[in-house]
Design a protein around this ligand. Sequence first.
Ligand code: PEP
Ligand code: MN
Length: 354
Amino acid sequence: MMELSPINLPGVDNKRPLVIAGPCSAETEEQVLTTAKELAAKGIKIFRAGIWKPRTKPGGFEGVGSEGLPWLKRVKEETGMYTATEVATERHVFEALKHGVDILWIGARTSANPFAVQEIANALKGVDIPVLIKNPVNPDLELWIGAVERIYNAGIHHLGVIHRGFSSYDKKLYRNLPQWHIPIELRRRLPNLPIICDPSHIGGKRELIAPLSQQAMDLGFDGLIIESHCNPDCAWSDKDQQVTPDVLDYILNMLVIRETTQTTENLTELRKQIDELDEQLLELLSKRMRISREIGQYKKEHDMPVLQTVRYDEILNKRVSQAVELDMSDDFMKSVLEAIHEESVRQQIVIMNK
Ligand code: PEP
Ligand code: MN
Protein backbone atom coordinates (compact mmCIF):
# COMPACT_ATOMS: atom_id res chain seq x y z
CA MET A 1 0.00 0.00 0.00
CA MET A 2 1.44 3.36 -0.97
CA GLU A 3 1.52 6.09 1.61
CA LEU A 4 1.04 9.16 -0.50
CA SER A 5 1.34 12.71 0.75
CA PRO A 6 -0.92 15.39 -0.65
CA ILE A 7 0.65 17.89 -3.05
CA ASN A 8 0.45 20.81 -0.66
CA LEU A 9 2.11 23.87 -2.08
CA PRO A 10 2.22 26.84 0.28
CA GLY A 11 0.08 29.61 -1.17
CA VAL A 12 -1.92 27.29 -3.40
CA ASP A 13 -5.54 26.68 -2.37
CA ASN A 14 -6.40 23.15 -1.43
CA LYS A 15 -9.74 23.27 -3.17
CA ARG A 16 -10.61 21.66 -6.46
CA PRO A 17 -9.46 22.12 -9.13
CA LEU A 18 -5.75 22.47 -8.67
CA VAL A 19 -4.86 24.37 -11.84
CA ILE A 20 -1.62 24.15 -13.79
CA ALA A 21 -1.41 26.28 -16.90
CA GLY A 22 1.15 27.48 -19.38
CA PRO A 23 2.32 26.93 -22.90
CA CYS A 24 2.93 23.55 -24.47
CA SER A 25 6.52 24.67 -25.06
CA ALA A 26 8.77 27.39 -23.77
CA GLU A 27 9.65 29.14 -27.04
CA THR A 28 11.33 32.42 -26.17
CA GLU A 29 12.04 34.25 -22.96
CA GLU A 30 9.50 36.88 -23.94
CA GLN A 31 6.73 34.39 -24.72
CA VAL A 32 7.35 32.58 -21.42
CA LEU A 33 7.31 35.74 -19.31
CA THR A 34 4.39 37.38 -21.09
CA THR A 35 2.27 34.24 -20.74
CA ALA A 36 3.30 33.73 -17.12
CA LYS A 37 2.48 37.29 -16.13
CA GLU A 38 -0.93 37.12 -17.81
CA LEU A 39 -1.65 33.85 -16.05
CA ALA A 40 -0.47 35.13 -12.69
CA ALA A 41 -2.78 38.12 -13.12
CA LYS A 42 -5.66 35.63 -13.41
CA GLY A 43 -4.65 33.96 -10.17
CA ILE A 44 -2.95 30.90 -11.66
CA LYS A 45 -0.33 29.60 -9.24
CA ILE A 46 1.44 26.85 -11.16
CA PHE A 47 3.10 27.49 -14.52
CA ARG A 48 3.83 24.70 -16.98
CA ALA A 49 6.12 24.83 -20.00
CA GLY A 50 7.80 22.07 -21.96
CA ILE A 51 11.56 22.57 -22.23
CA TRP A 52 12.33 19.25 -23.94
CA LYS A 53 9.60 18.19 -26.35
CA PRO A 54 9.16 14.58 -27.41
CA ARG A 55 8.01 14.71 -31.02
CA THR A 56 6.36 11.94 -32.97
CA LYS A 57 8.50 12.70 -36.02
CA PRO A 58 11.91 14.33 -36.29
CA GLY A 59 11.95 17.85 -37.64
CA GLY A 60 9.29 19.32 -35.38
CA PHE A 61 10.17 21.79 -32.66
CA GLU A 62 12.03 19.72 -30.08
CA GLY A 63 12.09 22.32 -27.35
CA VAL A 64 14.59 25.01 -26.50
CA GLY A 65 16.38 22.74 -24.02
CA SER A 66 18.29 23.87 -20.95
CA GLU A 67 18.51 27.39 -22.34
CA GLY A 68 14.87 27.85 -21.31
CA LEU A 69 15.37 26.87 -17.67
CA PRO A 70 16.56 30.31 -16.54
CA TRP A 71 13.34 31.69 -18.09
CA LEU A 72 11.34 29.48 -15.72
CA LYS A 73 13.46 30.80 -12.88
CA ARG A 74 12.51 34.31 -13.89
CA VAL A 75 8.84 33.29 -13.89
CA LYS A 76 9.24 32.21 -10.27
CA GLU A 77 11.06 35.35 -9.25
CA GLU A 78 8.79 37.77 -11.06
CA THR A 79 5.37 36.19 -10.54
CA GLY A 80 5.78 33.95 -7.49
CA MET A 81 4.29 31.06 -9.44
CA TYR A 82 5.53 27.51 -9.05
CA THR A 83 7.00 26.03 -12.22
CA ALA A 84 6.60 22.62 -13.79
CA THR A 85 8.26 20.92 -16.73
CA GLU A 86 8.50 17.53 -18.40
CA VAL A 87 11.50 15.30 -17.82
CA ALA A 88 12.32 12.23 -19.85
CA THR A 89 15.92 11.41 -18.96
CA GLU A 90 18.32 11.54 -16.03
CA ARG A 91 19.94 14.62 -17.55
CA HIS A 92 16.61 16.43 -17.74
CA VAL A 93 16.03 15.70 -14.05
CA PHE A 94 19.44 17.06 -13.03
CA GLU A 95 19.10 20.14 -15.19
CA ALA A 96 15.57 20.91 -13.98
CA LEU A 97 16.55 20.47 -10.33
CA LYS A 98 19.64 22.60 -10.78
CA HIS A 99 17.48 25.46 -12.04
CA GLY A 100 14.92 25.17 -9.26
CA VAL A 101 11.93 23.79 -11.18
CA ASP A 102 9.28 22.99 -8.53
CA ILE A 103 7.27 20.17 -10.08
CA LEU A 104 8.31 17.56 -12.63
CA TRP A 105 6.07 15.59 -14.90
CA ILE A 106 6.72 12.46 -16.89
CA GLY A 107 5.23 12.56 -20.38
CA ALA A 108 2.99 9.95 -21.96
CA ARG A 109 5.66 8.57 -24.28
CA THR A 110 8.07 8.22 -21.38
CA SER A 111 5.70 6.61 -18.90
CA ALA A 112 5.09 3.89 -21.49
CA ASN A 113 8.76 2.90 -21.15
CA PRO A 114 9.79 1.25 -17.87
CA PHE A 115 13.52 1.71 -18.61
CA ALA A 116 13.06 5.45 -18.97
CA VAL A 117 10.83 5.70 -15.89
CA GLN A 118 13.36 3.73 -13.85
CA GLU A 119 16.17 6.00 -15.04
CA ILE A 120 14.17 9.03 -13.86
CA ALA A 121 13.33 7.28 -10.58
CA ASN A 122 17.02 6.59 -9.93
CA ALA A 123 17.88 10.20 -10.63
CA LEU A 124 15.23 11.31 -8.13
CA LYS A 125 16.44 9.21 -5.19
CA GLY A 126 16.81 11.41 -2.13
CA VAL A 127 15.08 14.39 -3.77
CA ASP A 128 11.89 15.88 -2.35
CA ILE A 129 9.84 17.21 -5.25
CA PRO A 130 6.29 16.58 -6.45
CA VAL A 131 6.13 14.40 -9.56
CA LEU A 132 3.15 14.00 -11.88
CA ILE A 133 2.94 10.95 -14.08
CA LYS A 134 1.00 11.13 -17.30
CA ASN A 135 -0.81 8.04 -18.48
CA PRO A 136 1.15 6.01 -21.02
CA VAL A 137 0.09 6.57 -24.63
CA ASN A 138 -1.43 3.10 -24.72
CA PRO A 139 -4.46 2.28 -22.56
CA ASP A 140 -2.61 0.09 -20.06
CA LEU A 141 -3.54 0.80 -16.45
CA GLU A 142 -0.94 -1.60 -15.04
CA LEU A 143 1.83 0.15 -16.95
CA TRP A 144 0.60 3.50 -15.57
CA ILE A 145 0.51 2.15 -12.01
CA GLY A 146 3.92 0.56 -12.58
CA ALA A 147 5.35 3.98 -13.43
CA VAL A 148 3.78 5.44 -10.28
CA GLU A 149 5.31 2.61 -8.21
CA ARG A 150 8.77 3.12 -9.68
CA ILE A 151 8.74 6.81 -8.72
CA TYR A 152 7.20 6.04 -5.32
CA ASN A 153 9.89 3.44 -4.63
CA ALA A 154 12.52 6.09 -5.27
CA GLY A 155 11.15 7.86 -2.20
CA ILE A 156 8.92 10.41 -3.92
CA HIS A 157 5.66 10.51 -2.00
CA HIS A 158 4.23 13.76 -3.33
CA LEU A 159 2.77 12.10 -6.36
CA GLY A 160 -0.05 12.75 -8.76
CA VAL A 161 -1.13 11.50 -12.15
CA ILE A 162 -2.24 13.27 -15.29
CA HIS A 163 -4.95 11.80 -17.47
CA ARG A 164 -4.17 12.96 -21.03
CA GLY A 165 -6.09 10.34 -23.00
CA PHE A 166 -4.90 7.41 -25.08
CA SER A 167 -3.68 7.16 -28.66
CA SER A 168 -5.88 5.45 -31.16
CA TYR A 169 -5.47 4.63 -34.81
CA ASP A 170 -8.62 6.27 -36.01
CA LYS A 171 -8.88 9.76 -34.62
CA LYS A 172 -12.29 11.32 -34.59
CA LEU A 173 -13.59 13.78 -32.09
CA TYR A 174 -10.65 13.56 -29.72
CA ARG A 175 -6.92 13.74 -30.31
CA ASN A 176 -6.49 11.12 -27.59
CA LEU A 177 -9.45 9.03 -26.46
CA PRO A 178 -10.35 9.82 -22.87
CA GLN A 179 -11.36 6.25 -21.91
CA TRP A 180 -12.58 7.63 -18.61
CA HIS A 181 -12.99 4.16 -17.14
CA ILE A 182 -9.20 3.87 -16.90
CA PRO A 183 -8.60 6.85 -14.57
CA ILE A 184 -11.78 5.89 -12.71
CA GLU A 185 -10.39 2.42 -12.10
CA LEU A 186 -7.10 4.02 -11.04
CA ARG A 187 -9.03 6.08 -8.47
CA ARG A 188 -10.58 2.87 -7.14
CA ARG A 189 -7.17 1.18 -6.92
CA LEU A 190 -5.26 4.14 -5.45
CA PRO A 191 -7.86 6.40 -3.82
CA ASN A 192 -5.33 8.85 -2.39
CA LEU A 193 -3.54 9.54 -5.64
CA PRO A 194 -4.53 12.96 -7.03
CA ILE A 195 -5.76 12.84 -10.62
CA ILE A 196 -5.29 15.84 -12.87
CA CYS A 197 -7.01 16.01 -16.24
CA ASP A 198 -5.28 17.39 -19.33
CA PRO A 199 -8.15 18.47 -21.58
CA SER A 200 -5.76 20.11 -24.06
CA HIS A 201 -4.09 16.84 -25.01
CA ILE A 202 -7.28 14.78 -24.81
CA GLY A 203 -9.31 17.10 -27.02
CA GLY A 204 -6.60 18.51 -29.26
CA LYS A 205 -8.95 21.47 -29.88
CA ARG A 206 -9.68 24.63 -27.93
CA GLU A 207 -13.46 24.09 -28.03
CA LEU A 208 -13.13 20.81 -26.18
CA ILE A 209 -11.21 22.21 -23.20
CA ALA A 210 -14.29 23.49 -21.36
CA PRO A 211 -16.53 20.42 -21.70
CA LEU A 212 -13.68 18.02 -20.89
CA SER A 213 -12.71 20.08 -17.83
CA GLN A 214 -16.30 20.00 -16.62
CA GLN A 215 -16.47 16.26 -17.13
CA ALA A 216 -13.26 15.77 -15.17
CA MET A 217 -14.67 17.84 -12.32
CA ASP A 218 -17.92 15.88 -12.38
CA LEU A 219 -15.91 12.69 -12.09
CA GLY A 220 -14.23 14.00 -8.96
CA PHE A 221 -10.80 14.64 -10.45
CA ASP A 222 -8.55 16.87 -8.39
CA GLY A 223 -7.04 19.20 -10.94
CA LEU A 224 -6.61 20.44 -14.48
CA ILE A 225 -3.50 21.06 -16.55
CA ILE A 226 -4.37 23.29 -19.47
CA GLU A 227 -2.15 24.62 -22.21
CA SER A 228 -2.24 28.39 -22.33
CA HIS A 229 -0.18 30.69 -24.54
CA CYS A 230 -0.09 34.46 -24.95
CA ASN A 231 -0.62 33.99 -28.69
CA PRO A 232 -1.92 30.47 -29.32
CA ASP A 233 -2.26 30.79 -33.09
CA CYS A 234 1.47 31.33 -33.37
CA ALA A 235 2.52 28.60 -30.92
CA TRP A 236 5.44 26.45 -32.06
CA SER A 237 3.71 23.26 -30.89
CA ASP A 238 0.12 22.15 -30.22
CA LYS A 239 -1.34 25.49 -31.31
CA ASP A 240 -4.89 24.19 -31.79
CA GLN A 241 -5.26 23.15 -28.17
CA GLN A 242 -3.94 26.23 -26.39
CA VAL A 243 -5.99 29.17 -25.17
CA THR A 244 -5.04 32.66 -24.07
CA PRO A 245 -4.90 33.32 -20.32
CA ASP A 246 -8.10 35.35 -20.77
CA VAL A 247 -9.99 32.47 -22.31
CA LEU A 248 -8.55 30.11 -19.70
CA ASP A 249 -9.87 32.35 -16.96
CA TYR A 250 -13.29 32.37 -18.62
CA ILE A 251 -13.30 28.56 -18.89
CA LEU A 252 -12.32 28.16 -15.23
CA ASN A 253 -14.98 30.61 -14.08
CA MET A 254 -17.67 28.71 -15.97
CA LEU A 255 -16.84 25.40 -14.29
CA VAL A 256 -19.42 24.06 -11.89
CA ILE A 257 -17.69 22.33 -9.01
CA ARG A 258 -20.03 19.92 -7.32
CA GLU A 259 -19.17 18.85 -3.81
CA THR A 260 -18.01 15.28 -3.62
CA THR A 261 -19.19 14.78 -0.04
CA GLN A 262 -22.95 15.00 -0.64
CA THR A 263 -25.07 12.30 0.94
CA THR A 264 -26.20 9.65 -1.44
CA GLU A 265 -29.38 8.65 0.42
CA ASN A 266 -31.75 10.06 -2.19
CA LEU A 267 -30.04 7.88 -4.72
CA THR A 268 -30.98 4.62 -3.01
CA GLU A 269 -34.12 4.09 -5.07
CA LEU A 270 -32.43 4.83 -8.36
CA ARG A 271 -29.48 2.63 -7.45
CA LYS A 272 -31.84 -0.24 -6.75
CA GLN A 273 -33.20 0.16 -10.25
CA ILE A 274 -29.69 0.11 -11.67
CA ASP A 275 -28.92 -3.10 -9.75
CA GLU A 276 -32.03 -4.73 -11.17
CA LEU A 277 -31.21 -3.64 -14.69
CA ASP A 278 -27.68 -4.95 -14.34
CA GLU A 279 -29.06 -8.32 -13.28
CA GLN A 280 -31.29 -8.38 -16.32
CA LEU A 281 -28.34 -7.47 -18.50
CA LEU A 282 -26.35 -10.37 -17.06
CA GLU A 283 -29.18 -12.80 -17.64
CA LEU A 284 -29.60 -11.61 -21.21
CA LEU A 285 -25.89 -11.89 -21.85
CA SER A 286 -25.76 -15.38 -20.49
CA LYS A 287 -28.74 -16.33 -22.71
CA ARG A 288 -26.91 -14.84 -25.70
CA MET A 289 -23.79 -16.85 -24.87
CA ARG A 290 -25.84 -20.06 -24.64
CA ILE A 291 -27.20 -19.50 -28.13
CA SER A 292 -23.78 -18.62 -29.36
CA ARG A 293 -22.50 -21.94 -27.99
CA GLU A 294 -25.26 -23.73 -29.91
CA ILE A 295 -24.08 -21.96 -33.05
CA GLY A 296 -20.56 -23.10 -32.16
CA GLN A 297 -21.76 -26.69 -31.97
CA TYR A 298 -23.36 -26.35 -35.41
CA LYS A 299 -20.22 -24.81 -36.90
CA LYS A 300 -18.19 -27.69 -35.49
CA GLU A 301 -20.47 -30.33 -36.94
CA HIS A 302 -20.39 -28.60 -40.32
CA ASP A 303 -16.68 -27.84 -40.35
CA MET A 304 -17.23 -24.08 -40.45
CA PRO A 305 -14.70 -21.57 -39.06
CA VAL A 306 -15.65 -19.80 -35.83
CA LEU A 307 -15.12 -16.32 -37.16
CA GLN A 308 -17.65 -15.20 -39.77
CA THR A 309 -16.50 -11.66 -40.44
CA VAL A 310 -19.34 -10.70 -42.77
CA ARG A 311 -21.91 -11.55 -40.13
CA TYR A 312 -19.92 -9.75 -37.43
CA ASP A 313 -19.68 -6.65 -39.62
CA GLU A 314 -23.41 -6.71 -40.20
CA ILE A 315 -24.14 -6.95 -36.48
CA LEU A 316 -21.69 -4.19 -35.66
CA ASN A 317 -23.03 -1.71 -38.22
CA LYS A 318 -26.67 -2.37 -37.47
CA ARG A 319 -26.39 -2.21 -33.68
CA VAL A 320 -24.16 0.83 -33.72
CA SER A 321 -26.67 2.83 -35.75
CA GLN A 322 -29.49 1.61 -33.49
CA ALA A 323 -27.50 2.72 -30.47
CA VAL A 324 -27.00 6.18 -31.91
CA GLU A 325 -30.77 6.47 -32.40
CA LEU A 326 -31.09 5.62 -28.71
CA ASP A 327 -28.72 8.40 -27.66
CA MET A 328 -25.70 6.25 -26.99
CA SER A 329 -22.37 6.95 -28.62
CA ASP A 330 -21.18 4.76 -31.44
CA ASP A 331 -17.82 4.27 -29.71
CA PHE A 332 -19.57 2.98 -26.63
CA MET A 333 -21.71 0.52 -28.58
CA LYS A 334 -18.70 -0.63 -30.57
CA SER A 335 -16.74 -1.43 -27.40
CA VAL A 336 -19.71 -3.28 -25.89
CA LEU A 337 -20.23 -5.36 -29.02
CA GLU A 338 -16.55 -6.06 -29.40
CA ALA A 339 -16.38 -7.33 -25.83
CA ILE A 340 -19.46 -9.50 -26.31
CA HIS A 341 -18.16 -10.83 -29.60
CA GLU A 342 -14.78 -11.65 -28.11
CA GLU A 343 -16.38 -13.68 -25.33
CA SER A 344 -18.68 -15.39 -27.84
CA VAL A 345 -15.74 -16.39 -30.01
CA ARG A 346 -13.88 -17.64 -26.93
CA GLN A 347 -16.81 -19.82 -25.93
CA GLN A 348 -17.18 -21.20 -29.45
CA ILE A 349 -13.48 -22.03 -29.59
CA VAL A 350 -13.83 -24.01 -26.36
CA ILE A 351 -16.63 -26.02 -28.04
CA MET A 352 -14.60 -26.54 -31.22
CA ASN A 353 -11.74 -27.99 -29.23
CA LYS A 354 -13.83 -30.29 -27.10
C1 PEP B 1 2.78 18.09 -23.13
O1 PEP B 1 2.29 18.14 -22.00
O2 PEP B 1 3.02 19.09 -23.82
C2 PEP B 1 3.02 16.76 -23.73
C3 PEP B 1 4.01 16.53 -24.56
O3 PEP B 1 2.11 15.90 -23.33
P1 PEP B 1 1.97 14.30 -23.51
O4 PEP B 1 3.16 13.68 -22.87
O5 PEP B 1 0.71 14.05 -22.75
O6 PEP B 1 1.83 14.01 -24.97
MN1 MN C 1 1.54 19.93 -25.72
